[in-house]
Design a protein around this ligand. Sequence first.
Ligand code: SF4
Length: 297
Amino acid sequence: MKINLNTNGENPSMGNFCSPNVCTWCDGCGDYGIWTAVKQALVELNINPWEVLLCFDVGCHGNGSDKIVAYTFHGLHGRVLPFASGAALANMNVPVIAFGGDGASFSEGIGHLVHSIRSDYPITFVLHNNANYGLTTGQASALTWQDQRMNSSPNGIPEHTLPSMDFVFSLEPTFVARGFSGNIPQMKEIFKQAISHRGFSYVDILQACPTYNKFATHEYLLEKCYDISGEHSSSDFEVARKIATEDPTKRITTGVLYQNEDSPNFYERLKARQGIKTTAVEEVERKDVSGLLKEFV
Ligand code: SF4
């Protein structure tokens, strides 16, 4: 487990996470569903706003960083994973959830994604996968479908679409799930399992962006998404990889696709931390360095 819950006996409610700031997402944006499911998952896991860190990358979803009450951080484009991982390793008592878009995560920040998965940092990562850069008004991302006309590429992009799920599975993840922004009950259950996973949880949420994504629309995702929960053993890596990479024009499997519950996470494999009960944050001490500074003036 990477969570240590409900230490003070107070049970949170949805209202505890309500911010007075008004959401500015477009009507019909999938961000609303994801934002709701995250709050529901935290409530059902008995995690209070002061017991969780939510880290946001730059993107439309990132504008939600002040629309929810919790410890929140809104970082640089593509850099949410290093910050979130560092925060988690410094204080393993606080669950950390990082949110990033498909643009930042599979272009500017793809190196961080690679090493977060292979390192198995003890955080949850929620990919807001709307297959474009919505915040910059519909630019093509690495996950935009090839030949789709976008504002930045009116003739369609010449590159092929990055096969994100195959790529993620090539990095030997310990947790992979996929959901759809129109299915809040399923997302809630996925988030609960992801937050409870001991290592890096990769959660791909296919998100409707009615303003700029005219191909993988809410209606399209509603038709193609297939909840595989209850008929799939998430412990079988090869089967999970196979169903995760099926042709999305035929069927998109959703649910927890893969979980390895036995593999120790990055922190648990750190020899320097073994047997130590305190967190790194608790070990920080004030030191008088004035004498040291005088040597250099
Ligand atoms: Fe949502 Fe797309 Fe609007 Fe951004 S541009 S707020 S992702 S609908």
